[in-house]
Design a protein around this ligand. Structure first.
Ligand code: NAD
Ligand code: UDP
Length: 313
């Protein structure tokens, strides 16, 4: 198949492109390089099935493709709050453009939604049936509400125009190639630990997250895209939940670092707890994460260590 991956030069997108090329597909990687980087896909450029398109999805584009993975959108709070209006435009106008393309060329389209559609959840763990608790006017809203509208657009293009859609709600994902400077907890703690700098825990560190290794996530994305008769939304994440303070201690231990843990103010609207209920993914896709946190973190730490010592970000 010819497969378009928007945001293909980003963290998740680059791993997905690699996987799809490995399966023998032709891959069109589309990116505006806001948070993505050419070095993420350097190793794919010589592959005969790979094409790179510099483009911003808030502008329409016409391509002949069979599948569209719509991943384009900054994912870390530091990046999506840098230009919040643009973040909303990417999710709203970008998704409209990709849905218009899917409709025109009759491609199947998968939208990368997020656990953030649940906001600061009052239901725990979060099932797909939960409608969420999202602040519409806060600093995270450009991302959360943008992604919620993107889900609405997907459903309405499906109901109104018969577009073949898939929606996945991705929970915190980590692994090699995460940007060193993206401000997310995994990259911050690993970089701080490797440099023997203080680890910055926001608040008391009692808030929880559930971390999924990239290879597991990519497997879930592909299974959902190719699953017949199920459009989602479906949660994809690792249900093992960890308080952030414990996560910090784990990283200090795994890196053998001399870093201390320090406490910084908790950002506004920071969700207190997050854990996916993945019963639906298990049932419909036969999917569940396989890589334990310790193994995934060792692989991630090794990748960051190599990049830092080579002076690459
Ligand atoms: P990332 O920032 O590494 O990748 C996003 C990519 O999209 C980058 O390459 C960026 O340059 C590109 N991009 C941004 N705006 C664009 C635009 N207007 N036009 C074209 N390209 C654009 O982030 P990621 O972690 O790889 O996330 C990928 C997707 O998965 C995002 O949609 C994100 O919301 C979703 N997601 C990620 C996580 C996670 O934990 N990583 C969790 C939930 C959802
Ligand atoms: N966090 C932290 N220190 C950091 C970066 C993040 O304690 O240096 C916390 C953050 O407040 C949040 C959790 O770690 O509670 C996950 O943050 P991230 O930005 O990675 O993802 P999200 O909040 O979007 O799930």
């Amino acid at each position: 198949m010819r497969i378009l991956v928007t945001g293909g030069a980003g963290f998740i997108g680059s791993h997905l492109c690699e996987r799809l090329l490995g399966e023998g597909h032709d891959v069109l990687c589309l990116d505006n390089f806001f948070t993505g980087a050419k070095r993420n896909i350097d190793h794919l450029l010589d592959h005969h099935g790979f094409e790179l398109i510099r483009h911003d999805i808030i502008e329409p584009i016409l391509l002949e493709v069979d599948r569209i993975y719509n991943l384009a959108c900054p994912a870390s709070p530091v990046h999506y709050q840098y230009n919040p209006v643009k973040t909303t435009k990417t999710s709203v106008m970008g998704t409209i453009n990709m849905l218009g393309l899917a409709k025109r060329v009759r491609a199947r389209i998968l939208q990368a939604s997020t656990s953030e559609v649940y906001g600061d959840p009052e239901v725990h763990p979060q099932t797909e049936a939960y409608w969420g608790n999202v602040n519409p006017i806060g600093l995270r809203s450009c991302y959360d509400e943008g992604k919620r509208v993107a889900e609405t657009l997907m459903m309405d293009y499906h109901r109104q125009n018969g577009v073949d859609i898939r929606i996945v709600r991705i929970f915190n994902t980590y692994g090699p190639r995460m940007a060193v400077n993206d401000g997310r907890v995994v990259s911050n703690f690993v970089v701080q630990a490797l440099r023997n700098d203080d680890l910055t825990v926001y608040g008391a560190g009692e808030q929880t997250r559930s971390f999924c290794f990239i290879d597991d996530l990519v497997e879930g994305l592909v299974r959902m895209m190719e699953c017949d008769g199920f459009i989602g939304p479906v949660n994809l994440g690792n249900p093992v939940e960890t308080p952030i303070i414990e996560f910090a201690r784990r990283i200090v231990e795994l890196t053998g670092s001399r870093s201390e843990i320090v406490y910084r103010p908790l950002p506004a609207d920071d969700p207190k707890q997050r854990q996916p209920d993945i019963s639906l993914a298990r049932q419909k896709l036969g999917w569940e994460p396989r890589v334990p946190l310790e193994e995934g973190l060792r692989r991630t730490i090794a990748d960051f260590a190599a990049r830092l010592s080579a002076g690459r970000s």
